[in-house]
Design a binder for this molecule. Structure first.
Ligand code: ADP
Ligand code: ZN
Length: 618
């Protein structure tokens, strides 16, 4: 069978996406490849399809132990025999899988990199025919990437020791040249075919907002999309706890994920999210690498990430099935401080020497600057991302926060002068200065203990901003930090200090401005900004909901995540086409023969029942 037929029959898709065909062809000819494609572009098919056509076994090396089960479940749904080997298997199942592989029972075998060295796996690898080795998340081999895994450094030696070296396919979504070079060198790729597809993800709407209260904004955002499932990334464990608790208290279906939880709890929470039992995942960046949940409708960054690579990777977990999705970054200038602190006090990579460590730190700080520039730009956000990754981009994309809402410059010189002179007076009285909250108390005329303790109410600037909310004053302070008029010292008790340029504002008439977004007329009319997601065609929406419920029930019975049965895009196509016969069912995008056999009956019945009810209504 040829590959296009296989794509249609097995996977239910009509055509290859960009990059897939050349990668598949090369692998089928036994040539190494390096596929650099953004999340959601369809990297898996690039090795899953050749696996079906090649005579021997395809091994897939993946760092994501928790994912393997779902990946194998998804393949099983497609009728593709596969299994995985990792530390979650008990001794008996491990043996069974090894025996199955020896018998040739599988086309694909997922293995964790650490397994490659295990004796029994080595024996197996020496005895059977391995046609293809796919290395997923290949950037994990590079110390320059964000997800370095020492186990990946052993892959090259493993491949070389095989009786016959298979074709090797390396896949990643990380685009920088340095990481790409590392992948080729450290995995020992031999004259690989390199395919890099465009990094744009047209279905993602990017936005950066500076809300007065992030919590209030988040709740509003979530209430406006009551059915969408999504991820909220926070910079620290503590923040994850606070945000998750807050959402739960307000009745949102949220769960959490960070490195401070037990393995069991992390696994449970992840599953609840993947299986659509919890709608919102609040997590640190420990969550999600390769999370294969295609129906993520939004990714909100509660804090600014450390660099654009992380941001695009995390935001890119939205809309993998191609449906419209939103990526919002909630920016507060104070986040820059947090990120800087995390970089300066981050985990040290034990494999690098001291001088390299300093170099890495400097590089991280440079990347942070670029990230900050993204948050502050008034230009097209998509263009900013694409240019960062070395792609050309049009001036305006028309579907990001900056392209679709005007920005207005506001003069905040008076507010700035009040704050700066307040800090100046505090510094005069306490040469070591005080922290932000004391300054806020003083400016807003609070009667707090700190005020009394330091006698701040004796200063002439006491209470000069009492008419402005604390959040708003905080926003101004953050802005002044961002613009270099104030700085926060490092250390456990950071204090607020004047920077030399503050004199320009205080004594030489320099103006301070900030950019605020002006809502469009349509947004004003709708009473909100969030109106741009495409709704399914009229009528289709009700049916879509019915099909979604049916999918949920079937997934529950089969004990697999819902997207493994059908993706949202497939359901939407089904709701639009309303197939009445098994042949028509096969026409739906994402429905292959195997899945049709399994699911045509219940879905066709549901569609027929719905049509009948609709007719009865008229
Ligand atoms: P990646 O690993 O690159 O992040 P996946 O392999 O998970 O992406 O694919 C993302 C989604 O795109 C999946 O739902 C997959 O089934 C779908 N997909 C892949 N190839 C095609 C194609 N040629 N046509 C339509 N959908 C596709
Ligand atoms: Zn834009």
């Amino acid at each position: 069978m040829d590959k296009l037929e296989l794509l249609r029959q097995r996977f239910g898709y009509d055509a290859f996406r960009p990059g897939q065909q050349p990668l598949i062809d090369a692998l089928l000819q036994g040539r190494d490849v390096l596929g650099v494609m953004p999340t959601g572009a369809g990297k898996s098919i690039c090795y899953q399809l050749p696996a079906l056509l090649l005579p021997g076994l395809t091994i897939v090396i993946s760092p994501l132990i928790s994912l393997m089960k779902d990946q194998v479940a998804a393949l099983t749904q497609l009728g593709i025999p596969s299994a995985f080997l990792n530390s979650t298997l008990d001794a008996q199942s491990y043996c069974d899988v090894l025996r199955g592989a020896r018998r040739g029972a599988y086309k694909l075998l997922y293995v964790a990199p650490e397994r490659l060295e295990a004796d029994r796996f080595q024996e197996l690898a020496q005895d059977i025919e391995i046609s293809l080795a796919a290395v997923d998340e290949a950037h994990c081999v590079s110390q320059w990437g964000q997800d370095f895994r020492p186990g990946y450094l052993k892959i090259a030696a493993f491949l070389d020791a095989l009786p016959r070296r298979p074709a090797v396919g390396a896949f990643t979504a990380t685009a920088t040249a340095q990481v790409r070079d590392d992948i080729e060198r450290l995995l020992g790729l031999r004259e690989p075919l390199r395919v890099t597809t465009g990094f744009d993800r047209p279905n993602l709407f990017f936005d950066v907002v500076r809300p007065k209260s992030k919590d209030a904004y988040l709740r509003q955002f979530l209430s406006e999309r009551p059915r969408a499932s999504g991820i909220v990334y926070c910079a620290t464990r503590k923040k994850v706890e606070a945000v998750c608790d807050g959402l739960q208290r307000h009745g949102f279906s949220a769960t959490r994920y960070h490195a401070g939880l037990s393995d069991q709890e992390r696994l449970d929470n992840q599953e609840r999210f993947v299986y659509d039992e919890a709608r919102i995942m609040v997590a640190t960046n420990a969550f999600g690498m390769g999370i294969d949940k295609s129906n993520v409708g939004f990714v909100v960054h509660y804090n600014m990430p450390k660099n654009m690579e992380s941001y695009y990777q995390e935001a890119g977990r939205a809309g993998r099935d191609g449906s419209p999705a939103r990526c919002v970054l909630l920016y507060a200038p104070g986040d820059v401080q947090t990120a800087r602190f995390l970089i300066q006090n981050g985990e040290d990579n034990e494999l690098v020497r001291e001088e390299e460590r300093e170099l890495l730190r400097q590089r991280d700080l440079d990347r942070l600057d670029q990230m900050t520039a993204y948050c502050k730009t008034t230009g097209c956000l998509r263009a900013c991302i694409l240019r960062y990754f070395g792609e050309r981009a049009p001036e305006r994309c028309g579907s990001c926060g900056n392209c679709s809402g005007a920005l207005e410059e506001r003069d905040i010189t008076v507010e700035a002068q009040k704050i700066l002179s307040g800090v100046a007076r505090v510094e005069k009285r306490f040469p070591s200065s005080l922290g932000v909250s004391s300054i806020l108390d003083m400016l807003r005329g609070s009667r707090s203990q700190k005020v009394r303790h330091y006698a701040l109410d004796e200063l002439s600037t006491y209470g000069i901003m009492k008419d402005i909310s604390r959040d708003q004053v905080r926003t101004y302070i953050d802005l002044l930090i961002q613009e270099g008029y104030l700085c926060l010292t490092a250390g456990t008790y950071p204090v607020l200090r004047l920077c030399p340029s503050a004199r320009q504002v205080l004594f030489h008439g320099e103006k301070v401005t900030c950019l605020c977004r002006v809502p469009t007329d349509a947004e004003l009319a709708a009473g909100k900004r969030e109106t741009r997601e495409k709704a399914p065609a009229a009528g289709a929406e009700a049916l879509y909901e019915r099909l979604r419920e049916l999918r949920g029930r079937l997934a529950h019975e089969a004990n697999v995540p819902a997207y493994v049965v059908f993706s949202n895009v497939t359901l939407a196509d089904m709701a639009a086409k309303r197939p009445a016969t098994p042949e028509a069912f096969l026409d739906v995008s994402g429905v292959g023969e195997f899945k049709a056999q399994k699911y045509a009956t219940p879905f066709l019945a549901e569609i027929a029942a719905w049509l009948e009810e609709e007719e009865a209504k008229v």
